[in-house]
Design a protein around this ligand. Structure first.
Ligand code: SF4
Length: 107
């Protein structure tokens, strides 16, 4: 009886190991997709509305002069990028020229 249990345990461990490996490999293309492929945040996005996000910081009311997504600590886009991810909008991209009320200066 005990050898059967050990064999079952081995099979389970192999399955779990294979599953973890497949998930890891499957995740690579998603990471490689980059923020350039993410859909842009739209004006009707509930989070965008709540944070008063605009794609053009010059049109934002209450924005500190010069503040924009590109110089926000939450911006995930590369330097000089036109758009990129934002920690507050998972799975979406914001314009580098955008702004929202959660803007925080990049340090
Ligand atoms: S948190 Fe920063 S990067 Fe994100 S939308 Fe607001 S200003 Fe842009």
């Amino acid at each position: 009886m005990k050898p059967v249990t050990d064999e079952s345990r081995r099979r389970l461990l192999k399955s779990v190991t294979l599953g973890v490996a497949l998930v890891s490999v499957a995740g690579l293309p998603l990471r490689a997709a980059s923020a350039a492929d993410l859909p842009l945040v739209t004006a009707d996005d509930p989070t965008a509305k709540a944070l008063r996000y605009v794609s053009d910081a010059s049109k934002a009311s209450g924005a500190k002069p010069g503040s924009k997504c590109a110089n926000c600590s939450n911006y995930q886009g590369a330097a000089g990028s036109a758009q990129g991810g934002c920690l507050l909008f998972p799975g979406k991209a914001v314009k580098a020229t955008g702004w929202c009320s959660s803007w925080t200066a990049k340090t």
